[in-house]
Design a protein around this ligand. Structure first.
Ligand code: ADP
Length: 656
């Protein structure tokens, strides 16, 4: 027996060595491939992707070989430890598949399901944090391990985008296996914007990390065009970004503005570049040759904010992570943690200093070149974790802070962080409303259904919540504590270059995937009956996962009719009494999301959502329903006993 065990151990060690050898070779190949990324320079996303890759140089893989590496391994003796007789052969859609197509990994992944807070509703996959990212784990009391013999779940990560460890580690940690996008067996896709062909093939449970057409938000000229339109209609309340002029078209308008404001400073930026590339700062007194150049060059010129809030004499900006779960209804979450990036030279608004990039630009990629740049170790090694980046005089010791560190600084200085944060959320909501119309048009165009609005569905089942997106809002706070939007990154860097970045970004990815709701195949949650709070009384219908994911199925006109009736109600209680099953389904889904949002805080819909209603040409049915629900008390109303019988009973009240 002992001899047999020794032999088995030796055989395992032999196979492990083979695996590691093959993985090492594959790593080298991949490194070479990474050095020559396939990019289309004319693509509006080109610049953002390049920025991500540049910021990611210090990124390192965590432990085991990746799925790609495993895929390349010799299949022969390396077998899954899953007993072959008990493998359930079903895809994410529940269809049978050929086991040979799937990579044989050395270790089966474990899926953990998160029970709904409502009775009788299916769970979602829980993406917990990796230990290596050092984030404090979220409460796990609703977590249920999925049956190991259940069907596998898959993700696809294409080569079109940079491969961040934060993303790959969380997807694998969540128990998903990697497949190629073409197989369409994935439930989660991490890539660029879905193409029309891809979107038409989407099934209702597949989720992708981009909306078609979000370059309307990510390109500096397009976002300004959208904001300027709103500014023209609503005036001062939409002054959330510095006045801009898209050159060369608006050259004459800018020239006139410059002459009117001789004291002003200006900043010129290329439209689709990032990392501070090509940016120049100058005064209104522009030499003739520079004027001639500006009159021809494509870019945007903006009013330079001359009075930024300074910390320790240095300029800083905030990187705020914003997640849009859907545009209709507009559901927006803001991450409670983000980054603060400092310039490495003390600030001056003297025109003689305008050439100094390390004084006027706060980009990490610019300032990390400075000898004065100090990495933030996120309290690792320091006695007091929260104070690690602040010295005795309250000045920045590190060149990057977390938002928590900024909040501590505000409190110390007697500055109102809460008020600034509220204005920042207002800026985020207004920005997203300003791009909703062009994004809706892109959604319809991509699905070949020009007049369908957000109700347009793909032939395979793509629907309004098939896509979600993580945005990096770059925000500058001036000395009056007014936040100004500088730009929105639609592919924010998720690199883990420092312990601080690693913690924040890995947790962000996990929280986003849990929030948007990755639905396990029915076979998997039915094999794990503890994953659902079964109804104790009555016979509530268990929602089909496709139904739960799809939201509204009504036409735009029908929705508009119902919307007008609900909107015309004076009191929220009257509005609630008009809610049909579709309206309640919207509220239940939104509340389920809230209850599993981790560090992501809902910014919209909010109790004061009525303030924003007039910014839409016509407020949609879904937005009206969620607004009225919020006005009536939001999640708290699920504690009431007087709800219609088809509304599921909330049985769990702990947020995860
Ligand atoms: P990029 O995409 O190249 O990073 P940004 O618009 O974010 O371009 O600008 C880079 C940096 O320049 C910002 O981080 C900020 O420090 C500074 N900056 C940009 N616009 C302004 C402005 N209008 N006023 C003051 N500083 C600005």
């Amino acid at each position: 027996m002992a001899r047999r065990l020794r032999m088995l151990k030796r055989r395992r060690a032999f196979h492990l060595r083979r695996v590691m050898l093959a993985a090492g070779l594959w790593m080298k190949l991949r490194k070479r491939r990474r050095c020559a990324p396939r990019q289309n320079p004319s693509s509006p996303l080109h610049a953002t992707r390049k920025a991500d890759a540049m910021d990611d140089v210090e990124d390192v893989m965590e432990g085991a070989p990746s799925d790609d590496e495993i895929e390349q391994l010799p299949r022969g003796p390396v077998r899954s430890r899953r007993p072959p007789s008990r493998v359930v052969k079903a895809t994410a859609e529940g269809k049978p598949f050929d086991e040979g197509e799937v990579q044989c990994g050395p270790k089966p992944r474990k899926i953990v399901l998160l029970r709904s807070v409502f009775e009788g509703r299916p769970p979602v996959v829980l993406f917990s944090y990796t230990q290596a990212c050092c984030a404090e784990q979220r409460p796990m009391d609703r977590a249920v391990p999925a049956d190991e013999d259940g069907p596998r779940m898959f993700y696809s990560h294409t080569d079109a985008v940079h491969q961040y460890n934060a993303v790959i580690n969380i997807l694998r940690h969540g128990g998903l296996y990697r497949v190629r996008a073409e197989t369409n067996r994935w439930t989660v896709m991490w890539s660029l914007h879905p193409t029309p062909e891809q979107l038409r093939r989407f099934t209702p449970v597949q989720r992708a990390n981009h909306f078609p057409g979000s370059f309307h938000l990510g390109r500096k000229d397009l976002i300004w065009r959208n904001l300027a339109k709103m500014q023209q209609r609503f005036g001062k309340e939409y002054q959330i970004s510095p006045q801009g002029y898209i050159l060369p078209k608006a050259f004459l308008a800018w020239d006139a503005a410059r002459l009117r404001q001789p004291e002003a400073l200006w900043i010129w930026k290329p439209c689709s570049q990032s990392c501070g590339r090509g940016i120049t700062v100058f005064s209104s007194d522009v030499p003739e040759d520079q004027l001639r150049e500006l009159s021809k060059k494509r870019g945007i010129v903006q009013r330079y904010i001359p009075n930024p809030l300074l910390i320790g004499g240095r300029k800083f900006d905030m990187r705020v992570y914003v997640v849009v779960v859907s545009y209709d209804p507009l559901k927006v979450y803001v991450n409670d943690e983000g980054l603060v990036r400092f310039a490495t030279e003390p600030y001056s608004d003297s025109v003689d200093t305008l050439q100094s990039r390390m004084m006027h630009l706060t980009n990490y990629s610019v300032n990390k070149q400075s000898p004065a740049f100090v990495q933030n170790l996120d309290g690792q090694g320091a006695e007091d974790k929260e104070d690690a980046a602040i010295d005795e005089a309250g000045q920045p010791k590190a060149s990057k802070w977390s938002l928590t560190e900024l909040k501590i600084h505000f409190e110390r200085e007697g500055l109102n962080f809460g008020a600034m944060w509220e204005s920042m959320k207002d800026l985020v909501i207004k920005t997203l409303i300003s791009v909703e119309e062009p994004l809706k048009a892109e959604w319809c165009k991509t699905l070949g259904c020009e007049d369908g609005g957000w109700s347009a569905r793909g032939p395979g089942g793509a629907q309004r919540s098939s896509c979600y997106e993580i945005y990096g809002f770059d925000i500058l706070v001036d000395e009056t504590l007014k936040p100004w939007l500088l730009e929105v990154n639609i592919c924010p860097s998720l690199s883990s270059g420092s312990p601080l970045d690693k913690r924040i970004k890995t947790k962000l990815v996990a929280d986003v995937l849990t929030l948007v709701g990755v639905h396990p195949p029915t076979a998997l949650w039915q094999l794990s009956p503890d994953s659902v709070h079964w109804p104790v009384t009555g016979s509530l219908p268990i929602m089909d996962e496709n139904e739960a994911a799809s939201g509204c199925l009504l036409s735009e006109e029908e929705m508009a009719k119902r919307a007008r009736r609900i909107a015309s109600c004076e009191s929220p209680a009257d509005a609630l009494s008009l809610f049909d099953d579709i309206a309640w389904e919207l509220c239940v889904v939104a509340h389920e999301e809230d209850m599993r949002s981790g560090g992501l805080m809902r910014a919209f819909p909010c109790p004061h959502a009525a303030r924003y209603a007039h910014y839409w040409d016509e407020e949609s049915y879904c937005n009206i329903v969620l607004r009225k629900w919020q006005e009536a008390g939001g999640g708290a109303i699920f504690r009431s006993k007087k709800l219609p019988p088809w509304v599921p009973r909330q049985v769990c009240f702990n947020k995860t």
